[in-house]
Write a protein that binds this ligand. Structure first.
Ligand code: SF4
Length: 365
């Protein structure tokens, strides 16, 4: 039986919106988003990156729209992408209308900016409603309204939430409710506090993000820590891990976070021991070789790679497939039973062959 994880807390009750054909909020599964790094005007490169993200398991993709040429590229990108595309627009209402007409699933927008420069909030709300396009209000510590920075001194959680609630009210005044909100901060503690406060203020679906989280290791840890706390409390409907790394890495990390929290069915899970003085085999190389050999497996499978016979047989028995190594050999377990003992040199190939055999028996996912 595949491992069926338990979740920490029931989900907060949020209203449900639609981003293209993907539901966000309510009882919809928590989704993973990323953002392309190619110039949006380079349509081929952007579509290629979106295809890679889709293959990695990304549910929704966002593209930056800083110029007229980027806005002009949206119709083809939105039509050819297999996952919903969100246009990320900061100041120009004109591009928002174009993104809505282009068939984007949603638009990320800051109504505060739009009102400040060219009050078209009502028109945007009407156009989005007519087209069935949702919006995201993206409040960010780095670009907080001057008025709030003066009031709070710095981008505190309270300041982020005040900004978000005010921006939400600009749409709500026009009876528009199909939007989600993010209140991003680079500091996970501030970010967690902001989302907790915001979650109490309304039933908006929430997009979680630690902004400018940093290079891969730091960004992964910051995002996993903050998302783990919030999702563990049932807060959050869609997530974006921000890394200074290729966006496919963001998706892999996002999916791992959801799988670790029991919010996404686990695919391949390698249970490998950290190794210690008792190890009778090179556990790191063994675990890496097995992970690499099984990276394309999409069925839920738990594979235990253990370095000795102390904890090895116990963990290997609990997994769908496992090895307990020792004395130059590996005891291979399938569903709790030892099926054979192989020489150390054959452990990796045996595990990969058995994993593929089990996967084939499970059928396509
Ligand atoms: Fe050490 Fe064995 Fe445990 Fe691995 S399984 S950490 S080698 S005791």
């Amino acid at each position: 039986m595949p491992h069926v994880p338990a979740v920490l807390s029931p989900r907060r009750k949020s209203r449900q919106i639609r981003v293209g054909d993907v539901l966000v909020g309510g009882d919809a599964p928590v989704t993973v988003q990323s953002m392309t790094t190619t110039p949006t005007t380079d349509i081929n490169a952007t579509l290629q990156q979106i295809a890679k993200l889709t293959a990695a398991g990304c549910d929704i993709v966002r593209v930056a729209v800083p110029s007229q040429d980027d806005a002009d590229a949206l119709p083809i990108i939105a039509r050819k992408s297999r996952i919903p595309v969100i246009a990320d627009i900061h100041f120009q209402p004109k591009y928002v209308f174009q993104a809505i007409d282009a068939g984007c699933g949603a638009v990320r927008v800051n109504p505060g900016n739009i009102r400040q420069f060219d009050d078209k909030v009502g028109e945007i709300a009407r156009a989005a409603k007519d087209a069935g396009v949702s919006l995201r209000i993206g409040v960010n510590a780095g670009s907080l309204d001057k008025r709030l920075l003066e009031k709070y001194g710095t981008a505190t959680p309270e300041a982020l939430v005040e900004s978000a609630v005010w921006e939400a009210s600009l749409f709500e005044e026009h009876d528009f409710h199909d939007f989600k909100i993010s209140v991003k901060h680079h500091d996970p503690v501030m970010m967690v506090k902001a989302y907790r406060l915001l979650a109490e203020r309304g039933d908006w679906p929430l997009h979680l993000g630690v902004t400018e989280a940093g290079p891969a290791l730091q960004g992964t840890v910051k995002s996993a820590t903050a998302f783990g706390i919030l999702l563990g409390e049932g807060i959050g409907d869609t997530i974006r891990v921000s890394l200074s790394a290729p966006p496919v890495e963001e998706v892999k990390v996002g999916l791992q976070i959801l799988q670790s929290l029991g919010l996404r069915e686990r695919t391949l899970e390698i249970v490998s021991c950290p190794s210690c003085g008792r190890a009778q085999v090179d556990v790191y190389t063994l675990a890496e070789s097995v992970t690499e050999g099984l990276k394309d497996l999409t069925v839920p499978l738990r594979v235990a790679v253990m370095g000795c016979v102390v904890n090895g047989p116990g963990e290997a028995r609990e997994a769908d497939l496992g090895v307990a190594s020792g004395n130059g050999k590996g005891q291979i377990f399938v569903k709790g039973e030892v099926i054979r003992t192989v020489p150390e040199a054959e452990i990796v190939e045996t595990l990969i062959a058995e994993a593929n055999r089990i996967a084939a028996e499970m059928g396509p996912d």
